[in-house]
Each structure stands twice: as C-alpha cells, then as structure tokens.
Ligand binder design. Structure first.
Ligand SMILES: Cc1cc2nc3c(=O)[nH]c(=O)nc-3n(C[C@H](O)[C@H](O)[C@H](O)COP(=O)(O)OP(=O)(O)OC[C@H]3O[C@@H](n4cnc5c(N)ncnc54)[C@H](O)[C@@H]3O)c2cc1C
Length: 453
C-alpha cells in the first residue's frame, strides 16, 4: 500500500509515521518545511514568546535583574531555533526512512499527483494541506504594517503601538507577550474576549491583562485600516460609535481558512467554510482520497490534526477507526496557562440544570500559592495564585468541566480529559495522590471540597 501524503505538518507527518509503523511506504510531499505551519510559524513561535514573557515576569517577581535581552535578540534566537528544528525534523524523517519530496503538489486524479512536472502514483492520497490566515476584506488591509501570525517570526522591531484584531487564543497570547516586551497593546474583538473560556477564567484573564495596561475593546467591528505608505490607525465601530485607534503595526488574528483548493480539481466535496468534507474515518467524497488536519475545518489544534492523521492511516491499513472529537482540551498561553476541558459553567447548567451542577472554585475557598515558581508570582501579587474551577454533575458525581489558570499546569489537562472520558468522578479525583509541590491542584481541591458536592 503506497500512500501519497500532501503536506508535512502535524497531520501529514503523524499520518506518515503511523503508516510507516503499520508497514506501508508513504511518501510526503511538502512545499515548505516538515513540521508545517505549526512548527515554523504558529504554535512554537507564539508559545515561545509567551514563555519568554513569563520568564521575565517570574524573574521580576523573584527580585532578579530582568534580562537585558532585547526583543530583536529574542526574535533572532527564535529564528535560530526554528532552523535547528527544521534540521531535526529532516534528520528524523531520514532516520525513520520516510520518503519526502520537496515541492508543491497538484492533484491529477484520485491516484496521481504532480510535483514540479513529475508524476507520482499511489494507491491512496491523503490531503494534509493545512490552513492560512483569514483576513477581512476591508480598505487598507494591504498596507505595510498589517501582519498576520505568519509575519511574527520575521519581525525585526518591537511595535510601539500594536493593535491586535481578534481576541481569541492567538490574539490574547500575543497581546500578553508584546505588552510584556513593551509595546502599547490594544485588542479589538468583535464579540467577547476569549469567548471559548468559562466566564470566571475569562474575567480573571481580562482583569490581569488590563491591569498590565492592555486595552481590550469588546464589540469592536473593524472597518478600515488607515495610512499612507504605512499603517497609521484602524477604524472600528464600537457599540454604534466610530472610533480610531492609532497603530504602527496591526496583527490580524481573525481566524483560519482551510487550504482545500487543491481538492477541487478532482471533485472532492468542499463545505461552506472552504473545508474538505470528511466522514469519521477521514474519508472524503472521492474513493481512496483522505483529508486530515486543518484542511478539514475546526477545531484547529495540532493534537487533533495528529489524531486525524493517525485515524486516516489506520483506516488506510484496514484497521477500522473513527475520530472522536469529545473532551478535547485547549489552552491559551498568557501570564499563566489558561487550560480547559469539557463544559463551561453556562454549558453545564444548561445541560444538567442549576441544582444539579456543583461549582468548585479555588480561590476563594482555598487560596494559596501553588507549586514551583508560582509561589514567587503570588508573593509579588496575591492575585497571581491562579484559578481552578471544577464542574461536577451532582447525581453521577462525574466531572463535566475542568478549567485552570495555573503556572505551567496545563499538562494535567490531557490526562484529566482521558479520565473524564471514562466517567471519572470527584470521589476518584480525591483519591489521587499527587506529586508535591505542583501547579495542578485539582486533586487537592477535590479532597478539600468533596463535601460541597
Ligand atoms: C498563531 C497560531 C498558534 C497556534 N498555536 C497552537 C497551539 O499552541 N496548540 C495547538 O494545538 N494548536 C495551535 N494552533 C493550530 C495549529 O497550528 C494547527 O492546528 C496545525 O498546524 C494543523 O496542522 P496541519 O498538518 O493540518 O497543517 P499545517 O501545520 O498548516 O501544515 C500543512 C503543510 O502543508 C503544506 N502544503 C500545503 N499545500 C501544499 C501543496 N500543494 N503541496 C505540498 N505541500 C503543501 C504546507 O507547506 C504546510 O507545511 C495555532 C494556530 C495559529 C494560527
């Protein structure tokens, strides 16, 4: 079985690795670099910048001399690191014996791909072409100084007045980092800032970010970018009133659009959001053609893309496997990890009824500094103890939502998600013997608050 995989991002690379492990000889066609957008322009860049900003926070809270490293030096380090990562991925592909072709692929039919005039034939094709930034069609969008996440890694100077359009996970994280580096940051969000978060966590994030001087404007519909040779301001309608926000750089963090155009030539069904329509086994409408990752639409998350690559590989090799999108954890990199899995309080109350949902929160019931490093943040500002929230369905005593703002605590979330899938209860959580000290205090919280459920 020879599979041709178009795209070497998390979905394609993971799919190829799985196929190789299962005994197939996949070939990956990549026009850029293995690791895809995630490693080269997105996740690693955004998270590394937040990590750097947090380190400055922690150093300052510990009373250490904050690093004299400039923004320009940090960006250069990141570019050097990206180079190292590219070499690592290339070496990894070589040692695993995975065949890689560098070039842009075009589909000829359901078994044939063309790359730079060369024709390649396979038994099946996996489309893993990812997504690109979505930009609103407004005046001034082409002006110099208007950027997307794709340009961040190439930034040479710190913007003075940095406007970020979009207050989702990406916009919020860059707002935190650039404010920490010294830019004057404004976030313009059309609806609600960090709308996917539970309201208590969202309020906590907003309060802390605003305290740092970030101007967060909700209900701001951006209409026009103004400037001559370069951006000077952005116009937005805020609650029916036109407002102008001056800027020397504007980041549009306004979402992603799937790169599905490649599939149109062979008649693959495309959905309303430009996504390739797939079934639970990642099969498209054309026999023998699979699609995985961002190109199939949201949720746009690397672990989801990887899983889809795995599911496609399994089905290609004759092992029946379906994708399961339930209880997927997500996180936003701010001054702490904001990580969640399951229902928000609003969703839990809607689903189970107010009387049947126990809301456990910390603080205020048990506010104290958490584990390593966060103790220094809390000493600096008691509000930086973080926040934990558990939602329990009273009748079954099962956990239905877990939300945390915690220094480096997010890694607990994927295990909690797996346990929640199996029906984990608050009583079982209370039995967990945790490592100490740690920034995941869910087990401690369960022990202390068991009586409230
Ligand atoms: C700023 C930002 C930060 C993010 N941070 C996180 C995070 O912290 N955690 C998380 O889970 N998710 C994060 N995401 C989402 C994550 O980046 C995506 O879900 C993930 O990259 C999807 O992987 P993919 O394989 O589908 O696509 P991609 O990573 O986009 O890879 C697709 C690859 O296909 C190649 N390609 C496209 N067309 C062709 C063609 N015709 N021929 C050959 N090659 C082609 C491209 O060059 C690219 O390398 C972030 C997204 C953004 C925008």
């Amino acid at each position: 079985m020879r599979a041709i995989i178009i795209g070497g991002g998390p979905s394609g690379k993971f799919g190829a690795t799985a196929l190789k492990m299962m005994g197939s000889e996949p070939v990956v066609i990549e026009k850029g670099f293995l690791g895809g957008e995630c490693a080269n322009k997105r996740c690693i860049i955004e998270i590394s910048l937040a990590e750097y900003a947090i380190s400055l926070d922690v150093a300052e809270a510990m009373g250490l001399e904050p690093s004299s490293t400039s923004f320009e030096d940090v960006m250069k380090d990141l570019r050097d690191f990206r180079e190292m990562m590219r070499q690592f991925f290339a070496m990894q592909a070589k040692t695993s014996g995975m065949e890689e072709i560098r070039g842009e692929a075009r589909l000829i039919d359901s078994k044939t791909v063309e790359v730079d005039g060369e024709t390649i034939k396979g038994d099946v094709i996996v489309i893993a072409t990812g997504s690109r930034p979505f930009l609103p069609d407004i005046a001034g969008i082409d002006l110099k100084g208007v950027i997307t996440y794709q340009n961040i890694i190439d930034m040479r100077e710190l913007p003075e007045e940095f406007v970020i359009v979009g207050g989702g996970a990406v916009g919020a994280s860059y707002a935190y980092s650039f404010n920490r580096f010294g830019s004057k940051v404004t976030v313009l969000e059309g609806l609600t800032f960090l709308s996917q978060e539970d309201h208590d966590l969202r309020s906590y994030a907003m309060e802390q970010l605003e305290n740092r001087g970030i101007n967060i404007v909700e209900g701001a519909m951006v209409q026009e970018v103004k400037g001559n040779s370069k951006v000077e301001s952005v116009i937005a309608e805020v609650n029916g009133e036109k407002k102008e926000f001056s800027a020397d750089c504007i980041l549009f963090a306004t979402g992603l659009i799937p790169n599905s155009e490649i599939a149109k030539d062979i008649g693959v069904k495309i959905g309303e959001r430009n996504e390739i329509v797939v079934d639970e086994r990642m099969r498209t409408s054309v026999d023998g053609v699979y699609a995985v990752g961002d190109v199939t639409g949201p949720p746009f998350l690397t672990p989801v893309a990887r899983r889809e690559g795995w599911v496609a590989a399994s089905n290609i090799m004759g092992n029946d496997l379906k994708i399961d999108y339930s209880l997927i954890p997500h996180f936003t990199a701010l001054f702490m990890d904001f990580a969640s899995v399951g229902l928000t309080e609003e969703e839990a109350v809607k689903k189970y009824g107010k009387d049947n949902v126990a809301v456990l929160m910390m603080p205020p019931v048990a506010p104290y500094p958490l584990g390593n490093r966060s103790i220094w943040l809390a000493k600096h500002d008691p509000k930086l103890t973080g926040m934990l929230k558990l939602l329990v369905e009273r009748k079954s005593r099962k956990l239905v939502g877990a939300h945390m703002a915690s220094y480096s605590g997010k890694n607990a979330l994927h295990y909690l998600a797996a346990l929640m899938k199996k029906g984990f209860t608050i009583d079982e959580l209370a039995e967990v013997i945790e490592v100490y000290p740690d920034n995941d205090l869910f087990p401690v919280m369960a022990k202390q608050m068991l009586g409230m459920v």
